[in-house]
Design a binder for this molecule. Structure first.
Ligand code: PMP
Length: 444
């Protein structure tokens, strides 16, 4: 192991971990189901689904088989001017599962590109119809949409984006329904989703300049694991209809069951105009993404005028290996009752995490689908997170690791999001450990 880590240290540059105090990376040599195995034989439960991508567990036999079979037929071919069975079959199988009305699939290769494609698609859609004034995008506070320049722009300003401000295009920002920290200071029990007024006001004054409203439906991820009331999502759809702007749902994280429904938009029974998918699309196997939209948007690009063409295409667009695994993943959803498994997991998360609300540092417990969230605060009255908690994330991650759990808190937000194949016994065991560590938080 020392050798692997030494060579890693000599040659590699990992994401987000240049702090001199950052621990050495985990040398993972094997994975199966919910477990990762280190070179020195440690078994570690993947409590964050390898950055939210893994859904059916690591090294699933059916996914392995689909990958091997496809590799033996066609590993890759360009997708401009060519097509292949996995790309077509995946679109055929996916479209009936997508929110109603979404019927055209555009492939790319990661979550950030899925979002960039959506933004470019929306902008050009209006241009192709002569509406050149519609250049603005509305995004929400606490948003996170990726790390490329285009997807960083709608993301909330943070330490992640600070160095790159000069490269980012301006967006206008509306309130998010972060009920624990209500932007209007209201009580969620009696509020009438009043925070929607922020988006409504922006649209009232700017709608004719707006190309689209970009949101992470039901669960804003990297910005703090914020769970929405479904009425907010309903309200966004209504406002986009009222003001005739495109609604873009970034379901890169929430798609494929993570919030308990196949797609988070189902919670409010709404359809966006454009939906972005990645992560769980290939069950955590390969980088692949989809930006899918309605026929009317696709039609706006069909023309003999070349300026109306959508000029976006990556070398690995619609990679057949990724598509083949994604098809097999959709089959697993059917054959292994995956949504029912997520419901069981959700139930355990609710029952086990809710009592932790009584702990001195736990400000709020949030659960949606297969994601359990604890928001830690230093002061329950004013919900302050400063002082002791400002450096708690890495310390907690290290502590979890000593207990065989891979969990990476987002600062004061601790979340547990295992692959859906986790058994109730494994879930309970992990939650025992989490509860003990959070109970003894002051000792860390
Ligand atoms: N959108 C959302 C909602 C995400 O959570 C993420 C990644 N965490 C992205 C986009 C970017 O995806 P990727 O890391 O694959 O570029």
């Amino acid at each position: 192991m020392q050798d692997l880590l030494k060579r890693d240290k000599t040659y590699l540059w990992h994401p987000y971990t240049q702090m001199l105090t950052a621990p050495a990376p985990l040398p993972i040599v094997k994975a199966k189901g919910v477990y990762l195995y280190t070179e020195d034989g440690r078994e570690i439960l993947d409590g964050i689904s390898s950055w939210w991508v893994n859904i059916h567990g690591h090294s699933h036999p059916k996914l392995n088989e689909a990958l091997a079979n496809q590799a033996n037929k066609l590993e890759h071919v360009l997708f401009a001017g060519c097509t292949h069975p996995p790309a077509v079959e995946l679109a055929e199988k996916l479209i009936p599962l997508l929110p109603k009305g979404i019927s055209r699939v555009f492939y790319s290769d990661n979550g950030s590109t899925a979002v960039e494609v959506a933004l470019k698609m929306a902008l050009q859609y209006w241009q192709n119809q002569g509406q050149h004034n519609r250049k603005l995008f509305i995004a929400l506070h606490y948003a996170y949409h990726g790390d490329t320049v285009g997807s960083m722009s709608p993301s909330e300003e943070s330490v992640f984006t600070a160095s790159f401000q000069s490269l980012l295009f301006p967006v206008i920002r509306a309130d998010a329904p972060y009920c624990y920290r209500c932007p209007l200071g209201l009580d969620p029990k009696t509020c009438k989703i009043d925070c929607l007024s922020s988006l409504a006001n922006l649209l009232e004054t700017k709608a004719k300049e707006v190309a689209g409203v970009l949101i992470e439906p039901m669960l804003q991820g990297a910005g703090g694991m914020i769970v929405w009331p479904k009425e907010f999502l309903e309200g966004v759809r209504k406002l986009c209809d009222k003001y005739n702007v495109l609604m873009i749902a970034d379901e890169v994280f929430t798609g494929f069951g993570r919030t308990g429904k196949m797609f988070a938009c189902e919670h409010a029974d709404i359809s966006p105009d454009i939906i972005c998918l990645s992560k769980g699309l290939t069950a955590g196997y390969l980088p692949l993404a989809i930006t899918a939209t309605k026929e009317s948007i696709y039609q706006a690009f069909l023309s003999e005028d070349r300026r109306k063409t959508f000029f976006h295409g990556h070398s690995y667009t619609a990679n057949p290996l990724g598509c083949a695994v994604a098809i097999a993943s959709l089959e697993i959803f059917q054959t292994e009752n995956v949504l029912e498994k997520i419901a069981v997991l959700e139930n355990i998360l609710v029952n086990r995490l809710n009592p932790l609300k009584n702990l001195p540092f736990v400000g709020e417990v949030r659960v949606i689908g297969g994601v359990g969230i604890l928001e830690l605060v230093t002061n329950k009255e004013n919900r302050d997170t400063g002082g002791y908690l400002s450096t708690i994330g890495p310390k907690l991650a290290a502590k979890f690791l000593t207990e065989g759990l891979l969990i990476r808190p987002l600062g004061n937000i601790v979340y547990f999001m295992p692959p859906y194949v986790i058994t109730p016994e494994q879930t309970n065991l992990a939650l025992d450990k989490i509860a003990k560590i959070i109970t003894d938080l002051e000792k860390i």
